[in-house]
Design a protein around this ligand. Sequence first.
Ligand SMILES: *Cc1c(COP(=O)(O)O)cnc(C)c1O
Length: 381
Amino acid sequence: MKTVRPYRPETLAVHAGRGIDCASGAITPAIHMSTTFERDPDGGFSRDLIYGRTANPNRTQLEAALSAMEGGAEAACFASGMAAVSAILQALKPGEHVLLPDDIYYGVGAVAESVFARWGLRHSRVDMTDPKQITAAVTSDTRMIWVETPSNPNLAITDLRTVRKIADEHGLLVAVDGTWTTPILQRPIAYGADLVMHSTTKYIAGHSDVTGGVVITRDADLPIFQTIRTIQKEAGAVPSPFDCWLASRGLMSLPVRIRAQCQTAAHLADWLAEHPNVERVLYPGRRDHPGFSVATEQMDHPGAMLSFTVTGGEAAAMRVQAGVDLITRATSLGGTHTLIEHRASIEGEATRAAPGLLRLAVGLEHVEDLKTDLQAALTAA
Ligand SMILES: *Cc1c(COP(=O)(O)O)cnc(C)c1O
């Protein structure tokens, strides 16, 4: 891509950060496995490449593409989503305090407890759908509000504008876990977020074959982002060149994949809501969802993730997940395969998931085949 235009997401996904290889004319980038790069005779590094941990062409390319798609200034890629989360938390100081949502990706809550609490970083969990609770939890040591919307696994919707307003009143940073929405469905920087984090393992790479993460900043000069960049280069939880290449390949089809997945999810949500063996569907695209209006305002589409509770509680839910044939019983999301998961039994005691809740991560199969599979499993249960 030679010229910089305000390209649309589909176009950016294919072209941002990528170019024709000048030596060969290849449209697909080479995978640069080299861990070291030649220094100029005068001692300089005119190519800006020194050593594989500090920078790699495949990583730089993925960072440029993700930052362009998110409407950010710069990005730092990591070896996993949790490495990206950890870099953000490590960029805060011991003694400081962060507000986390009560309904949150299990791993973020776990690392805050198991690693960062020991390191002196304190946190409180609050219901981010209630502005009063957020304000009430702010202390003089609070530095950051962490947002995940829709949340996991209950699909609670947090109003990004409200969080920005509260953060401004108290001089706080706002970081958003954008894994579930990707830049295609929601762009938090446009709503005032300072940092957006993704597990690229999910929709961005999109084929359940890469583990990766990224932090994108709205402003390259933000001190916290500079610290995150230092953590990336010096602590070194960096992704491999091949993983960056795979994520970058996956990214090209993200807009069309997610559109198809969203369409199927919206259809399944309405169909499940009418099913006699289903108690409740949690999907922010449905009018009966408490976050419907905020979701409609800040998201381009309510997404491809949904949860539902089965009549008959945990035992019935376990029978439903045992009864699927096409749908795969597995954790994770954002890949080609539709996955079903009983969250309460994997999360253990600290879970916020109802005993009868099943989470569905909709993949790329035909909606009618998925319905037939769910129908059989629900009937048998
Ligand atoms: C998967 C996930 C993460 C963690 O990412 P990994 O790549 O598994 O380390 C963080 N947040 C959300 C919402 C996720 O779905």
